[in-house]
Design a binder for this molecule. Sequence first.
Ligand code: NAP
Ligand code: MG
Length: 502
Amino acid sequence: MPETNRFLDYAPAPESTAILNLRESYGLFIDGEFSDGHGESFPTISPATEAKIAQISTADASDVDRAVAAARRAYTRTWSKLSGADRGKYLFRIARLVQERARELAVAESLDNGKPIKESRDVDVPLVAAWFFYYAGWADKLDYAGLGPNPRSLGVAAQVIPWNFPLLMLAWKIAPALAAGNTVVIKPAETTPLTALIFAEILQQADLPAGVVNIITGAGDTGSLLVNHPDVNKVAFTGSTAVGRAIACSTAGSGKKLTLELGGKAANIVFDDAPMDQAIEGIVNGIFFNQGHVCCAGSRLLVQENVKDEVVDRLKARLSTLRLGDPLDKNTDIGAINSRAQLERIRELSDIGEQEGAERWTADCEIPKNGFWFAPTIFTNVSTSHRIAREEVFGPVLSVLSFRTPAEAISKANNTPYGLSAGIWSSNGSRVLGVADKLRAGVVWINTFNQFDPASPFGGYKESGYGREGGRHGLAAYLTSAALESSGRGSSSAALTTGVSK
Ligand code: NAP
Ligand code: MG
């Protein structure tokens, strides 16, 4: 135990799992019902203990066909015939059910994903409800979304999501799709299918017409079958840049509208006149929230040279007070790494960081025996050419670089193939605005970090992807209109160009 922790020992405060009503095995949710998949089933485990939670089905090609056919039927016969107001009522109902079952969803998410319960309880699940409430409100107001009169739904949306915010990414995908009048087939990540399957039960409770949302589980092959299915009209993907690139290639020329939300290597820029107490908390939140499994994480700290030592010392002191351990304990700050594969990737990149000459510092915390864990780590003496400064680690690892002038900060911040987010910490308003204007990032947070709101669009530049999720902009991904078509923005190839221009 580090010196600072001795007097701050907390009694265990584990959240009970009694609220869960899990099945031993889950089928695919197709056409309003659970049915077994024809692929080989697999277990989903708790990354904190490696204990099995439930057995999960794999959808093979015939199951993907069934799911897409169900979505097509529901689109033609039911969903596209409902008024916006009626679609909105279903979305409001789903939002309220998410709130009613919030505790259960939070416990399931922390169990399956490894994230601390205080995050799933206070961030993920409330945002899930907020996303459904927000888009419920849009369902009967699509004429006012800025896309011209009578925007039309696209049809069947194929959606593939990652493991870092399993239920939240599901909400980001499903809520706008349904509000805009599309039906959905969605595939959660292999390691985190649990909350999506509980969400399927919520859809049954909400009496959502059969086939409007279909949830199919499996690994990358299932995702690939889904996005390449000939009868889908829209593909929405969140995940790695490599897979996003493959999907862009395979859907090119197919007429499918495509949005991609990919990786990031965000700069968190701290000037010497920053409100320092808040900045330290913001840096910690920026990279250690959700174990750093965040595409918009502030993984590159750019700190003005004259305050660098102070910032690094204070960061180390703060990180020494973070508690790593049981995700279900309400006092836990750092939970488990989501999978063995991700842990290995974090270890590998961190070792490379050391080999390349950066200086590694790791918080002194006890690592539980079972499960996948990585203590909060800071690299100093990092240069822009180091792999830990260029590649997405997607773990609790911060690379610290320094700068002298605002111009140098901007040039270093933009020196990345990504462009999802950035942060600026300074008390000087005109400096903040001047720097923000020059950052090539979809979201720029000022004196804060990792803030999400359903009304605010989110998305990237360059290799972070294209298209926006959230807000009025998020609707455009699921609609077409005469105005969009005449401007060429209705097609996927056009989205490529509009997404990357500032
Ligand atoms: P990934 O492989 O891109 O997975 C994302 C989703 O795509 C998962 O549901 C995955 O299924 C599925 N998938 C995999 N291959 C596919 C294919 N060929 N066609 C269609 N779908 C496919 O990402 P990951 O392995 O989970 O994470 C790897 C890296 O991606 C991370 O280290 C991080 O850099 C980045 N990442 C970014 C975000 C983000 O929010 N932008 C989120 C997660 C990860 P399976 O899970 O079943 O394989
Ligand atoms: Mg799991």
